[in-house]
Design a protein around this ligand. Structure first.
Ligand SMILES: Cc1cc2nc3c(=O)[nH]c(=O)nc-3n(C[C@H](O)[C@H](O)[C@H](O)COP(=O)(O)OP(=O)(O)OC[C@H]3O[C@@H](n4cnc5c(N)ncnc54)[C@H](O)[C@@H]3O)c2cc1C
Length: 394
């Protein structure tokens, strides 16, 4: 597939890059050092036009294609990956899923607050006992009671969960049907019975609140059901494909930042009377980093462009499923290697907590876990390879 960005897409990236340098980068060190969540961040992003990128302009959004929004994610990841991973779950996991699956009435009710940043969004799929087997082992139940569904259970590792106003929550509505008995709900967190059990202390993504959420007889109006009852699996699977393609972009930005910092360091740090960038082994590291980043970037752009063509309910199977799993598999290996080499080039300084490459090194560890682990991505790819050839090994 030939791939090139349009002039508009380049302009979107460049504007976001300058914006993130000015507005997001100054927050990065404090977020990481103090596990500080910037309370005004989302309202500011909303006021400055960086929320609702893929929402139609008629709904107050920017009407961008997914790839253009991904270029913003890349720019944010370059200057402040932690801010990117507050913004991304809100923008993509919650808002984009609402836009793709909500009724006009639901979109009119929830989208304006999410686009202005007045309300914070999250997505709750994982549970304490349901990680890689999120659908099969899901225990959170929703039982219909008149005009409401009553939700009971827990969600775990939910990005933005501790600060969210609305959580796109998956629940079992018909446990006898397994994965085919799951539904999606827009749950407002001021509903009685909803609470945050804990905010987790993490080695990376610091300042991005990640938490365990509790649902005790939470009465959710039936009009907050997203899609049809027991139709949640389609929303999960297509949403996961887009998430995998989209949330790889901040890592491309972070990796590029590590390469740029390493180039600067290699050009100025002197040993044996010369800049370390004159040593061929350091040059080899820099070349490996650049090639890994460039190939991951092209692969990720290709996946996002393919996701743009997805219609409602599509995705979660076939070539696009394999492509998105492949992009995140490749991207997570890329960011692990690039951040490791960046620390290596920085020598002892790279081991110091407060250096920027160290921050990226710690952040990179989540890339092979979140949104489905490396092992699950490989399972998806292998299954789709067999399926494409009509084979079923048993
Ligand atoms: C910082 C952070 C943010 C997150 N944000 C969100 C969010 O916003 N919303 C949300 O819903 N979830 C979120 N998650 C959850 C994330 O998607 C899960 O952590 C992930 O899917 C893995 O689940 P688990 O942690 O329960 O691991 P487990 O499923 O318990 O897996 C443990 C290990 O066993 C392996 N394993 C499991 N099954 C198999 C198998 N069949 N074959 C081979 N190996 C296997 C796994 O690959 C892994 O190595 C987040 C997690 C983190 C850490």
């Amino acid at each position: 597939m030939h791939f090139d960005l349009t002039d508009d897409q380049r302009a979107i990236h460049d504007a976001a890059f300058r914006y993130a340098e000015a507005e997001l980068h100054p927050l990065f060190a404090r977020m990481d050092d103090d596990d500080w969540y910037p309370p005004d961040l989302m309202r500011k992003l909303g006021a400055d036009g960086y929320l609702g990128l893929t929402a139609p302009t008629a709904q107050g959004g920017s009407g961008m294609d997914l790839l253009s929004a991904g270029l913003v994610a890349e720019a944010f990841g370059y200057w402040n990956t932690n801010a990117a991973f507050i913004w991304g779950p809100h923008e993509n996991l919650c808002l984009n899923n609402l836009l793709r699956n909500g009724t006009p009435e639901q979109i009119a009710r929830f989208a304006p607050g999410l686009i202005s940043g007045e309300t914070i969004g999250a997505l709750g799929l994982t549970e304490p006992g349901a990680g890689s087997d999120a659908l099969g082992s899901m225990a959170l139940k929703a039982v219909r009671d008149g005009g409401h569904y009553v939700l009971n259970g827990r969600k775990m590792f939910i990005s933005n969960g501790p600060v969210a106003d609305v959580v796109l929550t998956y629940a079992k509505t018909d446990p006898s049907k397994g994965a085919r008995g799951i539904s999606a709900f827009m749950v407002e967190t001021d509903t009685p019975g909803f609470s945050v059990a804990q905010t987790l202390v993490k080695m990376g993504w610091r300042g991005c609140p990640t938490g365990e959420l509790v649902f005790e007889d939470v009465r959710v109006p039936a009009r907050n059901l997203l899609g049809v009852e027991n139709g949640g699996v389609g929303i999960v699977m297509s949403g996961l494909d887009i998430e995998r393609a989209f949330l790889g972009l901040p890592y491309i930005g972070a990796a590029q930042r590590c390469l740029d910092l390493s180039l600067d360091y290699a050009a100025t740090r002197r040993q044996f009377g010369r800049a370390i960038g004159t040593f061929q082994m350091i040059q080899s590291h820099l070349a490996d980093m650049a090639v890994a980043i460039e190939s991951a970037r092209i692969y990720a752009y290709q996946a996002l462009a393919a996701c743009d063509a997805l219609k409602q309910g599509e995705g979660g199977r076939g070539a696009i499923h394999r492509l998105c799993a492949g992009v995140v598999l490749n991207g997570s290996a890329m960011i692990a290697r690039v951040t490791d080499l960046a620390v290596q080039i920085h020598g002892g300084s790279g081991f110091v907590w407060e250096t920027e490459v160290n921050r990226h090194y710690r952040n990179a560890r989540i890339a092979s876990l979140g949104g489905g682990t490396t092992e699950m991505r490989k399972i998806i790819i292998a299954e789709e390879l067999f399926r494409a050839r009509g084979l079923r090994p048993d």
